[in-house]
Design a protein around this ligand. Structure first.
Ligand SMILES: Cc1ncc(COP(=O)(O)O)c(C=O)c1O
Length: 456
C-alpha cells in the first residue's frame, strides 16, 4: 500500500479518538504542528520523518580537530600540558579551586571516597535512583551504601528521610544530581553539618547545574564528573574530581599517579611512592577533545534548559504525564536527560512498555530509565566476599536484614513510571518541542487503539 492511501485507510480505521478530549486542551500546538496525528505504532508517519534530532556527540572538524591532531602528531600522549590546561579550564568553568582528571567518572568517585577516608566500616547515605557506578564506588572502598528513598516528584533522594538512616557508622552523604537535576543541597548540607558528615557530590550527569547560584559538585567537600560519550561533555571516557580543599586534591593527585608525592601530600620527591594508590591518569588527546567540547557547553546548557522548560510546560497539560520538579533553590539544571512520570491509568491502561514502544516508533530516543539498585545482586555478592566478611563479620552483614532496612518503596514505583528522553532531544528547536508534545498527545488520544494493536 502506498503511503498516502495507507494513511487514508488508517485515518478511516482509527479516526474515532482523534481530536477529542486532549486536543481541546491544547489547540494551538495541534494547529501549529506538522506531525501526523496518527501515531507511528499504528501506521502513521513517524515524527522523525519531520524532526531530525541532533546527533551526539557533536564534532566539528574545522574547529575541533586542530589540537587533537597536534597532540597525536606530537607523540606526547600521556598526561602533560593539555591535561593541565583542561583541568584549569574545568576549574574556571565551575568556579572551584582545583580539578583533577581521571580515566572516568567511576574512578573519580572511587578516588574521592578513598581520599575522604571513607573505607571499611563506614556507611554512606545514597539514593537508589542512580547509575550503578555510584554504588560500585562505595563498595570498591569496602564501605556500605545506605539507601534513602526518593521524592518521586524530583527524582532525588529525599532529605526528609535522611536523618532516620544515620547511625554511628555514617560517615558521608553522596547526593547524586541525577539526570542533571540538582539535589536539594541546602537541606543536605544542613544535615551534614548537624551530624558532622562529609559530602561527596556525584555530579557526573550535571555539569553547570546550580543550586543557589553555585555549581553542583562544588558545594560539598568534593564533587565528581563524567565525560563518558553520552554525557553533556563527551570525550568517550573521562572523569574529574573537583574541590576547594588543596590538601585533599594533592592526595587525590598522588593517588591517581601510583602514590608518588605531589604538592603538600606527604613523601619525599625521589623517594618513590608514599601511599597505597592506583594509576588512573587522563591522556593528552582526551584533554584536546574535552577542550573542544567545553567551548560549546554553556550555549548547549542554555538551549537544553530553555527547551526543557518549554516542553515541560506543554506536556504537563496531557493527563497522565507529570514532568520533573526542580527544588526552589535550583538556579539552573543541566538536563543530561529529560524525565517525566507516566501514569497509565490516564492512557486507558496502556502500559509504560507500550507507551515507550509508541514513542520509540516515532523515532524519539526514549527509555524507562533505571531499575532499583538496592535490590540488585552485586551488593549481596560484595557482602558475601571474604574481604567484606573480614571487615564486618558474617553476623553484622546479614543481607536479608540489610534488604529490609534499605527498602525504598517510592523508588520502586518511580522506576516503573519514569520516562526519559536523551539530552540531544533538547538541542532542537521550539517547534521540535511542539512536535514531541503533539506526538505524546496523539499517543494519549489513540491509547485504546494502540493497546488493541499491541495486544493482538
Ligand atoms: C550518576 C553517575 N555516576 C557515575 C557515573 C560514572 O561515570 P563513567 O561512566 O564516566 O565511569 C555515571 C556515568 O555513567 C553516572 O551517570
Amino acid at each position: 500500500m502506498k503511503n498516502s492511501s495507507r494513511r487514508i485507510f488508517l485515518k478511516k480505521t482509527f479516526s474515532a479518538g482523534i481530536g477529542t478530549a486532549i486536543a481541546s486542551s491544547f489547540p494551538s500546538i495541534v494547529k501549529a504542528s506538522s506531525v501526523s496525528n496518527q501515531p507511528a505504532i499504528i501506521g502513521g508517519l513517524p515524527m522523525a520523518d519531520k524532526v531530525k534530532f541532533v546527533k551526539w556527540p557533536i564534532w566539528i572538524p574545522e574547529t575541533d580537530e586542530k589540537r587533537v591532531l597536534e597532540s597525536l602528531r606530537s607523540g606526547v600522549w600521556s598526561r602533560a600540558a593539555l591535561v593541565t590546561e583542561f583541568e584549569q579550564e574545568w576549574s574556571k568553568t565551575l568556579g572551584v579551586k582545583r580539578s583533577l582528571t581521571v580515566v572516568n567518572g567511576t574512578n573519580a568517585l572511587i578516588v574521592a571516597l578513598n581520599q575522604l577516608d571513607i573505607r571499611g566500616g563506614d556507611e554512606v547515605l545514597v539514593t537508589p535512583y542512580t547509575f550503578v557506578a555510584t554504588i560500585q564506588a562505595i563498595l570498591a572502598n569496602q564501605a556500605i551504601p545506605v539507601f534513602v528513598d526518593v521524592d518521586p516528584t524530583t527524582f532525588q533522594m529525599d532529605p526528609k528521610k535522611m536523618e532516620e538512616k544515620i547511625t554511628p557508622h555514617t560517615k558521608a552523604i553522596m547526593p547524586v544530581h541525577i539526570l542533571g537535576l540538582p539535589a536539594d543541597m541546602d537541606s543536605i548540607m544542613a544535615i551534614a553539618q548537624k551530624h558532622k558528615l562529609l559530602v561527596l557530590e556525584d555530579a557526573c550527569q550535571a555539569p553547570l547545574a546550580e543550586v543557589g547560584g553555585k555549581k553542583v559538585g562544588t558545594i560539598g567537600n568534593a564533587g565528581c564528573f563524567s565525560f563518558q560519550n553520552s554525557k553533556n561533555i563527551a570525550i568517550g571516557e573521562g572523569g574529574a574530581i573537583v574541590s576547594n580543599d588543596d590538601a585533599f586534591m594533592d592526595r587525590c593527585y598522588s593517588y591517581h599517579n601510583l602514590g608518588l608525592p605531589y604538592g603538600t601530600a606527604a613523601g619525599t620527591i625521589g623517594a618513590g611512592s608514599f601511599m597505597q594508590a592506583s594509576k588512573v591518569r587522563f591522556s593528552e588527546y582526551q584533554a584536546a577533545i574535552g577542550l573542544a567540547q567545553l567551548k560549546r557547553l554553556e550555549a548547549q546548557t542554555i538551549t537544553r534548559n530553555s527547551n526543557a522548560e518549554y516542553l515541560s510546560s506543554l506536556i504537563k497539560k496531557i493527563p497522565g504525564i507529570t514532568p520533573y520538579r526542580l527544588y526552589d533553590n535550583v538556579t539552573r539544571a543541566a538536563f543530561h536527560l529529560f524525565p517525566f512520570t507516566y501514569h497509565k491509568e490516564q492512557f486507558k491502561g496502556l502500559s509504560r512498555a507500550a507507551f515507550l514502544k509508541s514513542i520509540q516508533a516515532e523515532g524519539i530516543p526514549a527509555s524507562g530509565g533505571y531499575t532499583p539498585l538496592n535490590t540488585q545482586p552485586f551488593i549481596q555478592e560484595a557482602f558475601a566476599s571474604k574481604n567484606f566478611q573480614k571487615i564486618y563479620g558474617r553476623k553484622a552483614l546479614d543481607y536479608q536484614k540489610y534488604m529490609k532496612a534499605n527498602a525504598c518503596p517510592l523508588n520502586d514505583v518511580m522506576c516503573t513510571e519514569a520516562v526519559w528522553f536523551t539530552q540531544n532531544v533538547l538541542l532542537g528547536s521550539k517547534s521540535d518541542m511542539d512536535s514531541i508534545a503533539v506526538t505524546i498527545e496523539n499517543i494519549c488520544t489513540n491509547a485504546e487503539n494502540i493497546k488493541k494493536t499491541i495486544d493482538k
